[in-house]
Design a protein around this ligand. Structure first.
Ligand code: ZN
Length: 407
């Protein structure tokens, strides 16, 4: 496989390239992963060497930079960890029980599974809902709530034989969205059992639930069940929350009390999104452990102790500085390219920081950068960054007069 990546001075910037990679290429590889990824050392090496080309293009770093350092300065997670995560999510969605991920126990492992019940297009009639407030003889107000990491769903009825309320506590891992839908679901079931055929108006303050119910092809079983319970005798309405609508206030209070019940009434799977969040946290923890213990990239490790997806060093000269892999005598000697020293005679390490911070031969380009300036200060200051670019560009163009060959 050959990768050609367009990154020139006039081409894509490293940040744009990173975004493209994350959104397009990584998605594509991850999408197919469950079919072929088994996580063997061989597979891992192959896919990492492909990803490495992208890391080099994003950062503009020297080709000798370690892959571990490239991951950290680009803020791009190791691809093998991503593929491991995608495979686990795929298996969980198939209903498989996943007890652990990367050696860590998973406590939330029964993911919300979507089973597609195929409907003939002719039989699909999305329930209509309006945002209008209706004066209804028979009304049900529904609400869901998540407070103190406990989840409740409730509905309050204002019906032909007086008022009532129904409270359900859900698993703590449930989302507010699941709670809102459960409230609607239980309300519709109650109505169908007790008052079939009676005209009833059902209110929810959850716009996202109502929109999901109205979708042509909902990808959620709870949504499907709600739709199947809707008939001509029910109409759904959106009610604005916290504006003093009595029924909505009552449902809101009931949902909060529902979340405080001692026992769980309804068990639902973990929403895919929070399952992903859990796995991603474990993935970053694993990435951090690798970075702490990797033997390569120690210079970079002193600067960036923490791995962070938001970091992205995309300027080739700054990448050279933070990895200490750039054109300098130390580098040329280390990789047996040229045996030389810096002509300034300071007889130091002759590495990239030498030119940025102390070499007399580049002092005329140094105005803000001092000997004791720290690299972290440079990264936070555009002016200092520009000076680094000028210095390293100068070293590159003047290398023949700056480096002195050793016989
Ligand atoms: Zn020097």
């Amino acid at each position: 496989m050959r990768l050609t990546i367009a990154k020139t001075r006039k081409g894509l910037s490293g940040r744009v390239l990173k975004a493209l990679y994350k959104r397009a290429l990584e998605r594509t590889i991850a999408y197919a992963a469950p079919a072929w990824w088994t996580g063997t050392v061989n597979q891992c090496n192959k896919i990492t060497s492909i990803q490495r080309q992208i890391l080099l293009a994003v950062t503009g770093a020297f080709r000798t930079t370690s892959t571990a350092a490239l991951h950290v300065i680009s803020g791009i997670e190791p691809i093998d960890l991503i593929l491991e995560m995608e495979s686990v999510i795929y298996r969980a969605k198939q209903g498989e029980h996943i007890p652990s991920f990367l050696g860590k126990d998973l406590y939330q492992n029964n993911i919300e599974v979507f089973t597609n019940h195929w409907h003939h297009p002719g039989s699909i009639s999305p329930p209509r809902w309006s945002s209008g407030n209706t004066q209804a003889a028979f009304a049900i107000y529904t609400d869901g709530s998540k407070i103190n990491n406990q989840v409740g769903a409730a509905f309050c009825t204002f019906g032909p034989d007086g008022d009532g309320e129904h409270l359900y506590r859900l698993n703590d891992h449930c989302s507010v969205f699941q709670a809102e839908l459960t409230a609607l679901h239980q309300a519709l079931r109650w109505k169908k059992t007790n008052w079939p055929g009676e005209q009833c108006h059902i209110f929810s303050d959850s716009l996202s639930s109502l929109k999901a119910i109205n979708k042509l092809r909902p990808k959620n079983n709870l949504v499907e069940e709600v739709r199947n319970l809707c008939d001509n005798s029910t109409s759904l309405h959106w009610v604005k929350a916290h504006i003093g609508v009595a029924g909505n206030e009552a449902a809101d209070r009931a949902a909060k009390r529902a979340s405080e019940k001692p026992d769980i009434d309804i068990h639902l799977g973990v929403p895919e999104r929070s399952f992903r969040t859990t796995l991603r946290k474990l993935l970053h923890a694993e990435w951090q452990i690798r970075w702490n213990t990797d033997r390569n990239g120690r210079f970079t490790q002193q600067l960036f102790k923490e791995v962070k997806p938001s970091r992205c060093i995309s300027n080739t000269y700054i990448s050279q500085l933070v990895t200490n892999h750039g054109l300098c005598p130390q580098y040329l000697k280390r990789f047996n390219l040229k045996n030389c020293n810096c002509r300034c005679g300071e007889d130091t390490q002759d590495d990239v920081p030498h030119y940025v911070f102390s070499c007399p031969l580049t002092s005329h380009l140094r105005t803000s950068i001092k000997r004791d300036t720290r690299i972290s200060q440079i990264l936070a200051d555009r002016r200092l960054e520009t000076e680094v670019l000028q210095i390293l560009r100068y070293v590159y163009h003047q290398q023949d007069s700056i480096f002195e060959l050793v016989d």
